[in-house]
Design a protein around this ligand. Structure first.
Ligand code: FAD
Length: 430
């Protein structure tokens, strides 16, 4: 097992850091259990793709980068058993070789599977729940080192309570995931007027397997992404992928960000230039996991909240009005996604079909002011924050929007009576 003293952690967005006295990278479940038993304070660290303080610890950090294998693939049952440190991208590739795939994914696949599940990471598609819903069974190692095996049907109540756990119920060890035969997606992407996108929103959401939208702030255009599951062959050209997804989306965009930083007022014009890209429809077919994932984004800040879909149209109109009537000058897309309701205690989609609205900006300047304005609006709509992104609210508000908040907290105290898995973030929430 690899270990290090005084390990310096910096998250992906470079807005969170800590120095952990001890850092361990176990390779087996037995090593993991021993570490949990012998630690008095410990946090798990995936790939550090969360924007908030969720991973921070000055005591012990455990990372599962070397506990990351595919253990078994059952093609008949359509199930795969994995170790929790495997990255989504590795899993996508391993599954693809076997003619299999995850049914749904978020916008990137750099995260560890356990890390993504623990914060309720989601993709888009109103008939698809958060990523963790693809679990059939998982092992949870509690603070005292006891290993529990939780199955979605046999231990339904506990399974549902523990699925989104923020790393404070114990360590997720081996996971069995339900998978599907590999499939392609037809990606039809085009920009239309913001007002039309909002008016026809429910039509788009209900008639598309995986629907999402990007609003370029300060413009009147909304980019619609419509992904349809399809049996036809992939036809996306390598040249287009290189030119658009690497050269334009990565290099040219980063250059334009620099221009917009030289004078923030230019961002209005730059955003209207960027949206021109989408005036002509993109119509391509490609492997599912390649379509779900977007080109590597530049460093940026994110808040994202989940709302009852019945409020979707008013929420979007109010958000546009908020930005237009403010001084915020935003240089990044605002993202709108959709997921199906679920029964997982701390899932932001608990009990309601969900619209997600994300305010993103590749700028720290006046970011706090943007978050404050966003949260004022979000609270008015009874929103729930994404656990892996930035938010400033505390337990008093969370209790009002999570019907299972008390049940989860009671279980946390039972599983971890000494607060072994707590840090400042967990204490703020509970
Ligand atoms: C560029 C970018 C794009 C993103 N896109 C999306 C998206 O499309 N959709 C979305 O919903 N989110 C998205 N996110 C957020 C991201 O998916 C979550 O923050 C996710 O939790 C990060 O996974 P990670 O492996 O980095 O976990 P970390 O951030 O390292 O950890 C997250 C939590 O998981 C816990 N944890 C890790 N491993 C275990 C374990 N074995 N047992 C118990 N707890 C554990 C940690 O303690 C911590 O509480 C994105 C983030 C970035 C930076």
């Amino acid at each position: 097992m690899k270990q290090q003293a005084n390990y310096r952690f910096l998250n992906w967005a470079q807005n969170q850091n800590c120095v952990a006295q001890n850092f361990f990278q176990p390779e087996t479940e037995d090593e993991l259990i021993e570490l949990v038993k012998q630690s008095s304070k410990v946090r798990l660290l995936g790939t550090g793709h969360s924007w908030n303080e969720i991973c921070l610890s000055e005591d012990t950090l455990i990372n599962l980068d070397f506990y990351n294998k595919v253990l078994a693939i059952d093609k008949e049952k359509l199930q795969v058993k994995i170790q929790p440190g495997i990255k989504l991208w590795q899993l996508n590739e391993d599954l693809d070789k076997e003619g299999l795939a995850l049914a749904n994914l978020g916008s990137i696949s750099k995260q560890s599977v356990a890390g993504a599940i623990s914060t309720g990471t989601h993709g888009t598609g109103i008939n698809y729940q958060i990523l963790g819903s693809q679990m059939e069974e998982f092992n949870l190692i509690k603070a005292d080192g006891e290993k529990m095996v939780l199955h979605r049907e046999r231990n339904k109540e506990l399974f549902n309570t523990c699925l989104v756990s923020l790393g404070c119920l114990g360590v997720i060890s081996e996971i069995t995931l339900n998978v599907v035969p590999a499939f392609n997606l037809r990606d039809y992407t085009i920009a239309i007027p913001f007002s039309e996108a909002v008016e026809r929103l429910h039509e788009f959401v209900n008639q598309t397997d995986h629907f999402k939208m990007w609003w370029f702030p300060h413009t009147d255009k909304m980019v619609l992404y419509r992904y349809t599951r399809i049996n036809e062959k992939a036809n996306d050209s390598r040249f287009r992928q290189w030119f658009m997804d690497e050269f334009v989306s990565v290099n040219i965009y980063r250059f334009l960000l620099k221009v917009g930083n030289a004078n923030r007022k230019w961002r209005r014009f730059i955003n209207s230039l960027l949206v021109l890209n989408f005036n002509k429809p993109l119509d391509r077919i490609e492997k599912s996991y390649k379509v779900f994932n977007v080109p590597e984004p530049p460093l940026h800040r994110e808040v994202e909240w989940a709302f009852d879909i019945t409020h979707a149209q008013n929420l979007l109109r109010d958000y546009k009005q908020l930005i237009n009537s403010s001084n915020h000058l935003i240089n990044f897309i605002q993202e709108i996604r959709f997921t199906k309701a679920d029964d997982f205690a701390l899932s932001a989609c608990y009990g309601r079909n969900t619209i997600w609205l994300g305010a993103y900006n590749a700028d720290n300047f006046e970011w706090k002011e943007l978050v404050d304005d966003f949260e004022t609006l979000a609270k008015r709509y009874n929103g729930r924050p994404h656990w892996g992104k930035e938010f400033t609210i505390d337990k008093a508000y969370l209790q009002t929007v999570y019907p299972k908040y008390e049940a989860f907290n009671a279980l946390r105290k039972q599983f971890d009576p000494t607060g072994k898995f707590s840090n400042n973030f967990i204490e703020r929430i509970f």
